[in-house]
Design a protein around this ligand. Structure first.
Ligand SMILES: Cc1ncc(COP(=O)(O)O)c(C=O)c1O
Length: 375
């Protein structure tokens, strides 16, 4: 065993090695012992077209034979990456440009740098800090782990936490005061956000990042009026809003994007996972025309936009993502998710009235049953 496994206790896995998988068939995966499982979380919320999507593997193979790799630096780009960008901006709410990366964490790192670049371009480089929420998951590199609001992602890594003022999570069930309505709880969270911004100095804060509906932190769905109230506070202070749609994007909440489900008008969006149904490691940051034009002005002044990675806009990933978009359009994604979501709702029935169940909740096909626990 030569692997250092992510999100494991290394001592435990030395004596209890991980289950090793080697085959996929639709929603099922089989291990080396011949056991077959249904993976109800679609792996890491990402294999939304299953574990053996033939159309995607064909698209990847064809692209590999045509042009297995090319980059997007210095006046070149694979034609597929450009085609994908056009298709994405036509779908994404209010977005005008996309920038490619290879993982969700990398997309979040990129937005954090774009926030700095944007405010530098506007002559305000001090606005480099980003507000994130308790319980959020935004990835596990440097800034993305700092933005994540789960202590076990911070411990021991000496992350740049001072760059991340922390706001409360929108967890009505756990955090509301007795008798407080959902709308009142949302208004309180917005007031607390306003206080946090004043306390931390608005002149140091460039952006707020949030998952429209929190995933890895426990499927925390925003309470009534939450996003409207938060957006009012952010616009009052001129703070950018980054919607992390890495789990929620591409249909999961019953619209193409969760920003549409919750009336969120972001300045930037992060995408990964469903972008390629995870058949190829690819992510993207999308931005509004205003963010793009602002960054463009500084990049032009400097003579170059000095940011990019070798595998960004990979033609094989782009070909897979284009095929995914075709599949999503053919299946009429929002309609299908709406229908399947109702099936999940029926599946809640046997649990609802059990004493240990606090709440069953769902938006689209993002669902959870919350149990009574000490936490
Ligand atoms: C909302 C959100 N943002 C970012 C990430 C990080 O993505 P990755 O694991 O591809 O780096 C995840 C991963 O689960 C996520 O759920």
């Amino acid at each position: 065993m030569a692997q250092l496994y992510p999100f494991n206790d290394p001592v435990t896995v030395e004596s209890e090695p991980p289950v090793r998988f080697e085959r996929g068939d639709g929603i099922r995966v089989s291990d080396t012992q011949g056991n077959t499982y249904i993976d109800a979380v679609s792996a890491l919320w990402c294999s939304n077209l299953g574990f053996s999507p033939q159309r995607l593997t064909r698209a990847a193979a064809e692209q590999m034979q045509r042009l297995a790799y090319y980059h997007s630096f210095m006046g070149r780009t694979p034609s597929q990456s450009d085609r994908l960008a056009d298709r994405l901006v036509a779908r994404l709410p209010g977005m005008a440009r996309v920038f490619y990366g290879t993982s969700g964490s990398e997309a979040v790192e990129t937005t954090a740098k774009f926030v700095r670049y944007y405010w530098s371009a506007r002559g305000n480089p001090g606005r480099h800090r980003i507000i994130a929420r308790e319980g959020a998951y935004h990835g596990s590199e440097q800034m993305s782990a700092a933005l994540t609001g789960l202590g076990y992602c911070h411990d021991g890594f000496n992350l740049p936490l001072s760059a991340v003022p922390r706001a409360g999570r929108p967890h009505y069930l756990r955090d509301a005061e007795p008798g407080e309505s959902e709308a009142a709880f949302s208004r309180r969270r917005a007031r607390e956000l306003d206080d946090l911004i004043q306390r931390e100095d608005p002149g140091t804060i460039g952006a707020f990042i949030g998952e429209p509906a929190m995933g890895a932190g426990g499927v925390i769905l925003p309470p009534d009026g939450y996003w409207d109230a938060v957006q009012d506070v952010l616009s009052k202070h001129g703070i950018l809003l980054i919607a992390d749609e890495i789990i929620s994007g591409f249909g999961r909440t019953g619209e193409w994007f969760a920003c549409e489900t919750y009336g969120i008008r972001p300045h930037m969006m992060t995408l990964a996972k469903q972008l390629t149904a995870s058949v190829f490691p690819m992510s993207a940051v999308a931005m509004t025309a205003e963010v793009y034009e602002t960054m463009k002005s500084l990049a032009h002044e400097k003579g170059i936009f000095g940011h990019g990675v070798t595998y960004g806009g990979h033609p094989v990933g782009a070909a897979v993502a284009l095929e995914c978009l075709d599949i999503y359009e053919e299946m009429n994604l929002p309609l299908l998710v709406g229908r399947l979501g109702k099936e999940i709702e029926k599946g809640f029935e046997p649990f609802r009235d059990r004493p240990e169940v606090l709440k069953c909740r769902r938006v689209g096909m993002l669902a959870a049953v919350e149990f009574e626990t000490e936490a």
